[in-house]
Design a protein around this ligand. Structure first.
Ligand code: CA
Length: 227
C-alpha cells in the first residue's frame, strides 16, 4: 500500500502538477481545493503527510487549517506551500505546526525530496501517547479521538480504560483488575459497569462492534485487548 498524501491547493494548475508528480512517484493522493474539504479529509482518512498551500480562499487559510489539525491531535508531517517567503511568515508557519516550508515557484524535484525526508523523520516506533485501530485513533493524553461516531473527546473513564488496554496488549485483565485501575478502590461500580464501558469502546473503535476482534471477552476470566 503506498503512502497517502493530502494536497490542499486552490490553484488548479499547481494542484494538478503536484498531484501528477506525486502519483508518478508512487504515492496515493487526495487533492482538495478548500479548507472545508481538507478538514473533512483529515477527520475521516489517515494520511502519511500533507502539503498545504497557505493562501486559501475563505475566512480560514492554510495556517488556520494546520493549527486546528494539530490541536485535534494530528501528528502527520505537514509541508506548507506559499508565495510569501518572508522570514516572519516562515516563523509563523513553523509555530502553527508545519514541519517544512516551500516557497513558490518551487522545483517539483525539491518538493519530492523534501517529502521523502519528512516521511523518513516520522518515528517508526509505536507512539505511546496514541491509540490506533484501522483508520480510527485516540490521543491517550488529551482524549481527543476519531471514532465511528465522528470526532469527539473521550470521557475520563473511557480514556483511563482505553489507556489500560493499550498498555496491556495481549494480557488478560480481570474485571477486578479493571475496576481497581480505572475506578480505584474508593468506588464500587458493578461488574455490569465495566461491561458497559467495554461495549462503549467497541462501539467507538471496533470495525464490527457486535462481533469484536480487538476488545475480546474471555469467558469467566475477563477481557483482553489485541491489535
Ligand atoms: Ca493559493
Amino acid at each position: 500500500v503506498s503512502a497517502r498524501i493530502l494536497v490542499v491547493e486552490d490553484e488548479p494548475l499547481i494542484r494538478e502538477l503536484v498531484t501528477a508528480n506525486l502519483v508518478h512517484a508512487g504515492y496515493t493522493v487526495t487533492a482538495v481545493a478548500t479548507v472545508a474539504e481538507a478538514d473533512r479529509e483529515l477527520a475521516t482518512r489517515v494520511h502519511a503527510a500533507a502539503i498545504v498551500d497557505v493562501m486559501l480562499p475563505g475566512p480560514n487559510d492554510g495556517f488556520g487549517l494546520v493549527a486546528r489539525a494539530r490541536r485535534a491531535g494530528a501528528t502527520l508531517p505537514i509541508m506548507f506551500l506559499t508565495a510569501r517567503g518572508e522570514v516572519q511568515t516562515r516563523i509563523h508557519g513553523f509555530e502553527t505546526g508545519a514541519d517544512d516550508y516551500l516557497v513558490k515557484p518551487f522545483d517539483i524535484g525539491e518538493l519530492l525530496a523534501r517529502l521523502r525526508a519528512l516521511l523518513r523523520r516520522v518515528p517508526n516506533h509505536r507512539d505511546a501517547s496514541r491509540f490506533n485501530l484501522g483508520p480510527l485513533w485516540a490521543n491517550l493524553t488529551t482524549g481527543e479521538a476519531l471514532t465511528h461516531e465522528g470526532s469527539l473527546v473521550l470521557s475520563d473513564k473511557e480514556l483511563k480504560l482505553l489507556r489500560l488496554f493499550a498498555s496491556s496488549e495481549g494480557e488478560v485483565l480481570s474485571r477486578a483488575d479493571i475496576l481497581e485501575d480505572v475506578w480505584g478502590m474508593d468506588r464500587f461500580p458493578t461488574d455490569r459497569t465495566v461491561d458497559n464501558f467495554i461495549l462503549r469502546l467497541r462501539k467507538l473503535f471496533e470495525p464490527t462492534p457486535e462481533s469484536p476482534r480487538h476488545f475480546i471477552t474471555l469467558r469467566s476470566r475477563g477481557y483482553m485487548y489485541r491489535k
